[in-house]
Design a protein. Structure first.
Length: 277
């Protein structure tokens, strides 16, 4: 009986420790993910161009502005050539007023709306982030960056987002939901899609994988994946929804460096993406 009670006590203590870690420690354990992406036909002047990505802030009850500002500061100190916010800025309407303070470290960020942002009309009129809603712009000579409307609540239009792109430009697509990649056609000539939405599952268990994947965020849920017509990078994001918990799925900001694609066998390869279950 004493042995059984001891085992039960140890199990309870272990579970309590895991809960403390998942609720209080890992949500603040920000990771900087670095990815090198070889791009066919990349002009020499874009070799080394770096895109900083922050996503799924979910500023609101579970995620304070200080946590977002810290993540934004970490990303800003890396000095990316372009900074992208891949949607889901807020989880509550009143949080929009805190966005300028939370994202102040970022320099001229561009981004798209997420499915949570659609519940907050004020997100469309905020000015700290340039929103790309089925539109794009030339971020550098020969580099077209486009963004589409949210897929769950809006009307994404990749054709419109790419309509003004120079024919020879390298094209980057920002889409909040990763499975927008299934709508990308070869003639869109997208070199990379950048997404969020999934939070990487937010809770991941050994041998099981992510537990809380949302609709349109299940196929390409974490890191670098191969879509039908282009690679997809899905960030785990910074914030949380539904439960203020992360386990084996720490928040991230991302640095994606575009590199010239070299012939096979010449030592060119993308950095290993986070492991997939």
């Amino acid at each position: 009986m004493l042995l059984f009670q001891g085992i039960v006590g140890l199990a309870a203590a272990a579970l309590a420790g895991l809960a403390v870690y998942a609720f209080l420690i890992e949500p603040d354990r920000l990771v900087v993910e670095r990815v090198r992406l070889p791009v066919p036909g990349l002009p020499p002047h874009l070799d080394g161009f770096t895109i900083g990505v922050i996503s799924d802030l979910h500023l609101g009850p579970f995620v304070p502005a200080r946590r977002i500002r810290r993540a934004a500061g970490v990303l800003a100190r890396a000095r990316p050539d372009l900074t992208i916010v891949a949607g889901d800025f807020v989880s509550a309407p009143e949080a929009v007023a805190q966005l300028p303070e939370a994202l102040a470290p970022l320099k001229r960020p561009v981004g798209v709306l997420g499915n949570w942002d659609w519940r907050v009309p004020a997100m469309r009129t905020q000015t700290i982030v340039r929103l790309l809603i089925n539109d794009g712009f030339e971020a550098a000579p020969g580099l077209w960056v486009a963004g589409v409307d949210d897929s769950r609540r809006g009307r994404p239009d990749i054709d419109a987002a790419m309509a003004k792109a120079p024919k020879s430009a390298i094209r980057i697509l920002i889409a909040h939901e990763p499975e927008v990649a299934d709508r990308v056609r070869p003639d869109h000539r997208v070199a990379l899609q950048i997404s969020g939405h999934s939070h990487g599952g937010q809770v991941r268990l050994p041998l099981i994988g992510p537990l809380l994947l949302p609709r349109l965020g299940r196929k390409y849920h974490t890191g670098l994946s191969a879509g039908p017509a282009c690679p997809v990078y899905t960030t785990r994001g910074v914030g949380m929804v539904h439960l203020p918990v992360r386990f084996l799925c720490p928040p991230e900001v991302t640095l994606i460096t575009l590199t010239t694609q070299r012939p096979p066998g010449r030592g060119s390869a993308a950095a290993d993406p986070p492991p997939q279950p």
